[in-house]
Design a protein around this ligand. Structure first.
Ligand code: XUL
Ligand code: CO
Length: 436
């Protein structure tokens, strides 16, 4: 067996005083926190596309990353890449991985040839999964890169493209079943519009719902029981994407009676692009009982696009972990690093260092979130802030006993209102004491 990362051994937990860059300082997989090991809390997954397939090109420059699994023949590359990926998963200690069909197999001259290539790689994955114990958190179909998806996939104006996308998802569901994927993701990068005036919005929405219904039927038919997830994003590559954010996606699913079949896969950088915080998106989903999984990364607030950086922002990760803990965890979901090393971090070792940084940041976020919960930091602020709804007229409102007439009678008697200060600066300084 070839070794692709000869300089790196299995990454171990060495504690926060360790000076070894190839060691975890905070992520200790077997440490029990709030009744579960860290490994069970996070269910970390490595994103195949960023870590093994992408090579550092950007719209202005070529690849910067030369990988030892690169070969002249695309199928040869794909096989070597698979072997390297499983060596990486085992060494970093990630229990899961995620992929698009297009990340793992070269596209053939025909759909049939693409599927054959896919089958060959899936066969290899099966063996490696058995050998290493690494599992598939989710897979998905890439219906956005190939030029055929120029006008969309399940919302294309072309029925032939719609059919092609359906065939691709059908195949990916079969692969999901074969590899025991715990979830299946839909991300609609090309599902949206560039110009409303040439778009049949209603037809596209209806077609998208039909597409999801066919996926549900087919999963049932083949006995795939993984959780379906939709990943919202407001823009990029399409100007206006239909699954804009958590609230929009939930409204769509409820409109078409699909909400029982789906949960959301929320990504930090997508939240930023939708002008939300990550914790906002997670709160919206969990309030609706639809938090499924997360794509962990972070954006750059000075840039308006998806930079997919590894998550190192302790503040944002702590607040996200707090929401996840309030949800009772991620269920069949997990923490997938939909993140790429910077173009200038082009050495192989950077792949390990980046994942260690992300995993340690999440470990610290979890620990702080648990303390915030144990000490009821946010609970007591919220309870105090909404105390007026626990008694008197507020209680009547909450219990549905109030009417406009009863509220008017109350207001006439109590028109001198005394609001209380939120003391935001004070409580945010207190929060800093928990986090840093
Ligand atoms: C794109 C993105 C995708 C999805 C899966 O921004 O996040 O990689 O996670 O298609
Ligand atoms: Co993502």
């Amino acid at each position: 067996m070839t070794t692709y990362f000869p300089n790196v051994n299995k990454i171990e937990f060495e504690g926060k005083d360790s000076k070894n860059p190839f060691a975890f300082k905070h992520y200790n997989p077997k440490e029990v926190i709030a009744g579960k090991t860290m490994e069970e809390h996070f269910r970390f997954a490595v994103a195949y596309w960023h870590t093994f397939t992408a090579k550092g090109s950007d719209p202005f420059g070529a690849d910067t990353m030369i990988r030892p699994w690169d070969a002249k023949d695309p199928m040869d590359s794909a096989k070597k890449r698979a072997e390297a990926a499983f060596e990486f998963f085992a060494k970093i200690g990630a229990p899961y991985y995620c992929f698009h069909d297009a990340d793992v197999r070269p596209e053939g001259a025909t759909l049939q040839e693409s599927n054959q290539n896919f089958d060959e790689i899936v066969g290899m994955f099966k063996g490696y999964m058995k050998d290493t114990g690494v599992k598939l958190l989710w897979n998905t179909a890439n219906a956005f890169t190939n030029p055929r998806f120029v006008h969309g996939a399940a919302t294309s104006n072309s029925a032939a493209v719609y059919a092609y996308a359906a065939a691709q998802v059908k195949k990916s569901l079969e692969v999901a079943k074969e590899l025991g994927a715990e979830n299946y993701v839909f991300w609609g990068g090309r599902e949206g519009y560039e110009w409303l005036q040439n778009t049949d919005y209603k037809l596209e929405m209806d077609n998208l719902a039909r597409f999801y219904n066919m996926a549900i039927d087919y999963a049932k038919e083949i006995g795939f029981t993984g959780q379906f997830l939709i990943e919202p994003k407001p823009k990029e590559p399409t100007k206006h994407q239909y699954d804009f954010d958590a609230a929009t996606t939930i409204a769509f699913l409820k409109t078409y009676d699909l909400d029982k079949h789906f949960k959301l896969n929320l990504e930090a950088n997508h939240a930023t692009l939708a002008m939300h915080t990550f914790d906002h998106e997670i709160r919206v989903a969990r309030t609706n009982g639809m938090l499924g999984s997360i794509d962990a990364n972070q954006g750059d607030l000075l840039l308006g696009w998806d930079t997919d950086e590894f998550p190192t922002d302790l503040y944002a990760v702590t607040l996200a972990m707090y929401e996840i803990m309030e949800n009772g965890g991620l269920g069949s979901g997990g923490v997938n690093f939909d993140a790429k090393v910077r173009r200038s971090s082009f050495e192989l070792d950077d792949l390990f260092l980046a994942h260690i940084a992300g995993m340690d940041t999440f470990a610290r976020g979890l620990k702080t979130a648990v303390r915030l919960k144990e000490e009821r930091f946010f609970d007591s602020i919220v309870e105090k802030r909404y105390a007026s709804f626990g008694e008197g007229i507020g209680k009547d409102i909450v219990e549905g006993k109030a009417t406009f007439a009863s509220l008017e009678a109350y207001a006439l008697e109590n028109s001198e209102i005394k609001n209380a200060s939120d003391r935001l600066e004070f409580v945010k300084a207190q929060l800093n004491e928990f986090i840093y």
